[in-house]
Design a protein around this ligand. Structure first.
Ligand code: SF4
Ligand code: SF4
Length: 463
């Protein structure tokens, strides 16, 4: 990777070079205003979602610890893995399609990392330490009391916000009720939860106070995939080189007939949070935040030139390609795949059983001959309630020649609860010709078969 240079020196380290701290100029303009609307609405949603419940279930929850997931109030369990695989594929294909069309808009406009960094943490920094030049002066200046106070205030607020984010993040994993329990119960009854909150707080604080743009330019795999996902029809933030070059400062009375529109003011570089110069071409480090578009538009307005010297352009537009491109076909193929996946996902979701179960013949057991001459097999059944409400149920063998004898009688499944049931299946001797026969046991609730579980019945063959 080549180092990109602004007037602060190299801002992105080449291999072996030291990182140079990026002082991004405070952005302003119509794109920035729009980003604020989008960003703050998403933040509001992020903080409100854990408190929203549908049918008593969290709106969104990814409880990897207890292997329980809730999406729009629908509970999912490991038994729904196939639905999850489809859901994950839909997300992946959507990202590929969205990126192929709109480039890295996700990064600059909706990614939580960018929203927190640019619209929360950096704004606090501007508020306490001033704009980029004042921040630079403060950091390079003497160690005064005023500087110490400013730094202390900034980092205290950063830690407090990181703590808040950490709590919200945890509520997406364990649910808001469990989080409130950790907060309100005595500390020693939730040491694990407390440690998790402290670790997440430290992690978020480190990311937003120190690591910053390196997350986007180096750590995040999505950014590294851009080269493969973008094509000549993808929209990206780009500099119109044909219009802007040859660049040069505007001087009074000078004939600038042969000059391009770029007056080489470097404002587009100063506002860039990843420290790149977009005039060097499309770069992986660009998160499409549009701050440089706003900065350049303001300059163009001042010098009475049309806006969008920097704007959203496709590679094809920049290179002057015309006509129906191969990449359009690629987009259509992605869209068709997405439609198929969504149809399959919808079908599975719609036909999803409200009760999940796994039925196994008792480990190591074969058949038993009872005193009355009948044959029995012992089974263990595990049921999970995914419906979000209490469900009464009974077990019925599909083959009515078999009878059920429950070892432990469980008549209903509590909301989000599970049950372990042991039972015998009993049949007349000679009921089946084979030693091992496939059979099914139905879980019936209010007259409806809600789950049909497959297992085998062993009996003395040919008897
Ligand atoms: S080049 Fe422009 S759009 Fe890209 S990250 Fe920098 S300021 Fe944002
Ligand atoms: S802000 Fe516009 S005019 Fe100024 S250097 Fe960047 S591209 Fe050129």
């Amino acid at each position: 990777m080549e180092a990109v240079v602004n007037d602060n020196g190299p801002v992105l380290p080449s291999k072996g070079k030291k990182r140079t701290w990026i002082y991004a100029k405070k952005p302003s303009g119509s794109f920035y205003n729009a980003r604020q609307y989008v960003g703050y609405s998403l933040l509001l949603f992020l903080f409100a979602a854990p408190f929203i419940k549908i049918n008593g279930n969290p709106f969104v929850m990814f409880n990897i610890v207890e292997r329980k997931f809730s999406i729009f109030g629908n509970m999912f369990f490991p038994q729904d893995l196939h639905i999850f695989v489809f859901g994950t594929l839909i997300i992946l294909v959507s990202i590929v399609l969205f990126t192929a069309i709109f480039g890295r808009v996700w990064c600059g406009w909706t990614c939580p990392q960018t929203i927190f960094m640019e619209l929360v943490f950096r704004r606090i920094e501007y508020w306490i330490e001033g704009d980029w030049t004042q921040q630079k002066k403060l950091n390079n200046g003497p160690n005064t009391d005023a500087r110490a106070w400013k730094k202390m205030l900034k980092h205290t607020i950063f830690i407090a916000i990181s703590f808040l984010i950490s709590n919200i993040f945890l509520s997406y994993i364990i649910g808001i009720d469990a989080l409130l329990k950790i907060i309100t119960d005595p500390i020693d009854s939730h040491i694990g939860g407390l440690i998790a909150i402290i670790i997440f707080t430290a992690l978020f604080y480190a990311v937003f106070a120190f690591v910053r743009e390196i997350v986007c330019t180096t750590i995040c795999p999505y950014g590294r995939f851009q080269g493969v996902l973008l094509d000549d029809q993808s929209l990206t933030v780009a500099y119109n080189e044909e219009r802007g070059e040859p660049r040069g400062k505007q001087r009074k009375g000078e004939n600038d007939e042969h000059k391009g529109d770029c007056i080489d003011c470097n404002l587009c570089v100063h506002v860039c949070p990843t420290g790149i110069d977009i005039r060097n071409g499309i770069q992986l480090e660009c998160v499409n935040c549009t701050a440089c578009i706003d900065a350049c538009d303001a300059v163009m307005e001042k010098i009475n030139k049309p806006k969008r010297l920097i704007g959203f352009y496709s590679l094809g537009q920049i290179e002057g390609k015309k006509g129906f491109k191969k990449s359009r076909v690629r987009h259509i193929i992605y869209a068709i795949i997405l439609c198929f996946l969504m149809t399959g996902f919808g079908f599975m979701l719609f036909n999803r059983s409200l009760i999940g179960g796994s039925l196994l013949r008792a480990t190591g057991s074969t058949y038993q001959i009872r005193e009355d001459g009948t044959v029995s097999n012992l089974y263990t059944l595990e049921l999970i309630n995914k419906s979000g409400k209490e469900i009464p149920f009974e077990l019925v063998p599909e083959d009515r020649k078999l009878a059920i004898q429950l070892v432990n009688n469980v008549g209903k499944l509590s909301k989000d609860g599970s049950a372990k049931i042991s039972f015998f299946l009993i049949g007349e001797k000679g009921i089946f010709e084979k030693y091992k026969t496939d059979i099914r046991v139905q879980v019936v609730s209010e007259g409806e078969v809600v789950e049909n579980l497959k297992t085998t019945f062993i009996s003395p063959s040919g008897s």
